[in-house]
Design a protein around this ligand. Structure first.
Ligand code: PMP
Length: 352
C-alpha cells in the first residue's frame, strides 16, 4: 500500500472473489454462475447499432428496464432501483441505512461482502451465530437496533428462512431497515417482494447474475417502498448516475420478459441439484438442504481443503472456505448434468 492510503482503510480486508485461474480449462463450479447461456434476446442486443450507440451515455433512469421489471414483479417503477450487480445495491444500502453508532447485523456465516461493506463504512457490526444445524434463528434478530442483512436463501449454506419468519423479523425491527438479499431465491425459494407495501423497513435485493445467466453484464436491483428506493437513488446519484451501461439495460429488459427461458433454466438447475444431492448422499456426504444453485456438502472421508485441492488438480473448481465451523464443507455450484457427472466421477476416483 502507498503512504497515501487513508488511515480508515489500513485494517480493511477486501472481499476475495472465487478464483478464476487461466492456466487451463476448468469445470467451474466455484462462483455460482449459471451454466446455461443468457436468453436469445440478450444475444440480439449485441449488434452494430447498439455498438455505435455506445458513444451516448446510458439512460440514468433505466426506463425500459424499469418498465419491464415493474411489469414482471407487479410493482410501481418508483419501487425499484438498479445496480451494477446486486453488490452495488448492497453497497448503497450500507451507505444509506447504517450509521456509525448503530451499524449492521448479519449472520456469522453468510455472504462475505456484508462484513467488508461494514468495515469499508467504518461501522460497528454484529455477526449473529447460526444454529448448530446452520439454520438462522429469527428471534436472534428481534430488536437488533441495527440495519439487518440476511441472505435468503443463505449463502454458502443454501438454507431458506420462511417468509413468515422474515415477517417476524420485520415486525420486531420497526425502526431499522431489514435487507433481504435474494440472490438465489429463483431456485425454489419464496420471495419477500410481495411484502414491500406492508413493511416500510423492507428492502429486497435480487440479481441477474444467477437465475438469468448475466453475471458478466453486472445487473442487480433493490425493491422496496418508494421512500427507501429514493434514499438509495440519492446514494446512486451521488456516486455514478450512469451505473448501468446501455447493453446491460437492454439485455436485462430482454431477460426479464423471457419468462419461459428463465423457467426452463431454473427448472433444469433444480433437477440437477436433486441429482447432485442424491449422489453425494449415496457417498455419505453431509449435504445441507439447498434452495439455491449450489449445494454445501461435507465428505465423511476427505478433509474439505484436501478434496478442494484434489478436485482442482483434476480440473474441477469448487469453493472452499478457510473458516472454522465450515472448513470441511465445500460449496459446489450446480452446473449442467454433464459437469456434475464429471464431478461425481472425480470424487469417486479421489475417494476410492
Ligand atoms: N448476494 C449473495 C448472497 C451472493 O452470493 C452474491 C454473489 N456472489 C451477490 C449478492 C452479488 O452478486 P452480483 O453482484 O453478481 O449481483
Amino acid at each position: 500500500m502507498s503512504k497515501f492510503l487513508s488511515q480508515r482503510l489500513l485494517s480493511l480486508a477486501p472481499y476475495v472473489p472465487g478464483e478464476q485461474p487461466q492456466d487451463k480449462k476448468y469445470i467451474k463450479l466455484n462462483t455460482n454462475e449459471n451454466p446455461y447461456p443468457p436468453c436469445k434476446g440478450a444475444f440480439e442486443i449485441m449488434n452494430d447499432t447498439e455498438a455505435a450507440n455506445l458513444k451516448l451515455y446510458s439512460d440514468p433512469e433505466c426506463k425500459l428496464l424499469t418498465k419491464a421489471a415493474s411489469n414482471h414483479f407487479g410493482i410501481k417503477p418508483e419501487n425499484i432501483i438498479f445496480g451494477n450487480g446486486s453488490d452495488e445495491i448492497l453497497a448503497f444500502a450500507f451507505t444509506a441505512f447504517c450509521d456509525k453508532d448503530t451499524g449492521a447485523a448479519f449472520p456469522n456465516i453468510s455472504y462475505g461482502f456484508y462484513k467488508v461493506f461494514a468495515e469499508l463504512n467504518c461501522l460497528d457490526y454484529t455477526e449473529i451465530p447460526l444454529n448448530e444445524d446452520f439454520t438462522i434463528n429469527p428471534e436472534n434478530y428481534y430488536n437488533a437496533g441495527k440495519t439487518i442483512f440476511i441472505a435468503n436463501p443463505n449463502a454458502p449454506t443454501g438454507i431458506m428462512l420462511s417468509v413468515s419468519d422474515i415477517e417476524n423479523i420485520l415486525k420486531n425491527n420497526p425502526d431499522n431497515v431489514v435487507v433481504i438479499d435474494e440472490a438465489y431465491v429463483d431456485f425454489g425459494g419464496e420471495s419477500c417482494v410481495p411484502l414491500i407495501n406492508k413493511y416500510e423497513n423492507l428492502l429486497v435485493v435480487q440479481t441477474f447474475s444467477k437465475s438469468r445467466s448475466l453475471a458478466g453484464a453486472r445487473l442487480g436491483f433493490g425493491i422496496g417502498c418508494k421512500e427507501l428506493i429514493d434514499d438509495l437513488q440519492r446514494v446512486r446519484n451521488s456516486n455514478n448516475p450512469y451505473n448501468i451501461n446501455r447493453l446491460t439495460q437492454a439485455m436485462g429488459a430482454a431477460s426479464i420478459t423471457d419468462f419461459d427461458y428463465f423457467k426452463e433454466c431454473t427448472n433444469k438447475i433444480i433437477s440437477t441439484r436433486t441429482y447432485l444431492t442424491d449422489e453425494l448422499q449415496k457417498r455419505n456426504f453431509a449435504v445441507l438442504s439447498s434452495k439455491t444453485n449450489f449445494v454445501f456438502a461435507k465428505s465423511s472421508k476427505t478433509k474439505g481443503e484436501d478434496l478442494y485441492l484434489k478436485l482442482k488438480e483434476k480440473g474441477i473448481l469448487v469453493r472452499y472456505f478457510n473458516k472454522t465451523i465450515i472448513n470441511d464443507y465445500l460449496r459446489i455450484t450446480v452446473g449442467t448434468d454433464e459437469e456434475i457427472k464429471s464431478l461425481i466421477s472425480a470424487i469417486d476416483e479421489i475417494e476410492v
